[in-house]
Write a protein that binds this ligand. Structure first.
Ligand code: FES
Length: 217
């Protein structure tokens, strides 16, 4: 696979970050995904070459982690969490509503290439369940109506913000940030709010503390 000079330079930058080139494999796969909309066999081969591992080893990483997609995602990735907390609070209904709106099911893209829908596992965002992600930005406390509204606004080309602040860009832009988080956007928005800290506040009020390491009970 022929790669551009810019891609080569970016791959070399990623490799230079670590004592061992193979440590750069995961950000390199995100970089390829930011360029190709998916992780192709050719992209994996390029990453393997720069990481100094076999194509089989690189493929085992790309096929293990679900954030690496083996078919084109399109413009926006929509994830709806259906794990326990989100499911109990309406995640399945949110998924069904978005699926009906888009006319696609799990791991499927719309024919126009605008949206890709995925049932996702717990995003460690249960405080704001049920959650939906758009290009991995959080939409907290969604309902079937608010989730479909987000999709409608994106489809109309309107600016949409995550409930935590950042403006939704697109899947490829997010993937580039995952490869190069130092672009200044990774900490955008409000990652922690009062609701997330409620448990800590109550524990402090009640004088509760975690047992020291190695202690039972
Ligand atoms: S169960 Fe959905 S974020 Fe945890």
């Amino acid at each position: 696979m022929a790669i551009s000079e810019s891609t080569r330079e970016q791959l070399e930058q990623l490799v230079a970050r670590y004592p061992q080139p193979r440590s750069a494999l995961m950000p390199m796969l995100h970089l390829m995904q930011s360029l190709e909309d998916e992780v192709t066999a050719d992209g994996i081969a390029v990453c393997a070459e720069f990481a100094g591992v076999s194509a089989a080893e690189a493929t085992s990483v790309a096929s293990f982690y679900t954030m690496y997609k083996r078919k084109p995602v399109g413009k926006h990735h929509i994830g709806v969490c259906i794990n326990t907390m989100c499911g109990l609070l309406g995640g399945d209904a949110v998924y069904d509503a978005v699926s009906e709106r888009l006319g696609v099911g799990h791991n499927e893209a719309t024919a126009d290439g605008e949206f890709f829908l995925e049932r996702i596992e717990c995003q460690a965002a249960c405080t704001h369940a049920p959650v939906m992600t758009v290009d991995w930005e959080f939409m907290d406390d969604v309902t079937p109506t608010s989730a479909v509204d987000v999709v409608d606004r994106l489809a109309r080309g309107e600016q949409v913000e995550s409930t935590r602040g950042p403006v939704i860009r697109d899947f490829q832009a997010t993937e580039h940030t995952l490869a190069f988080p130092e672009d200044g956007l990774a900490a955008e928005g409000t990652p922690v709010d009062d609701k997330m800290l409620a448990g800590l506040r109550i524990a402090k009020e009640r004088g509760m503390a975690a047992p020291a390491s190695g202690q039972e009970g």
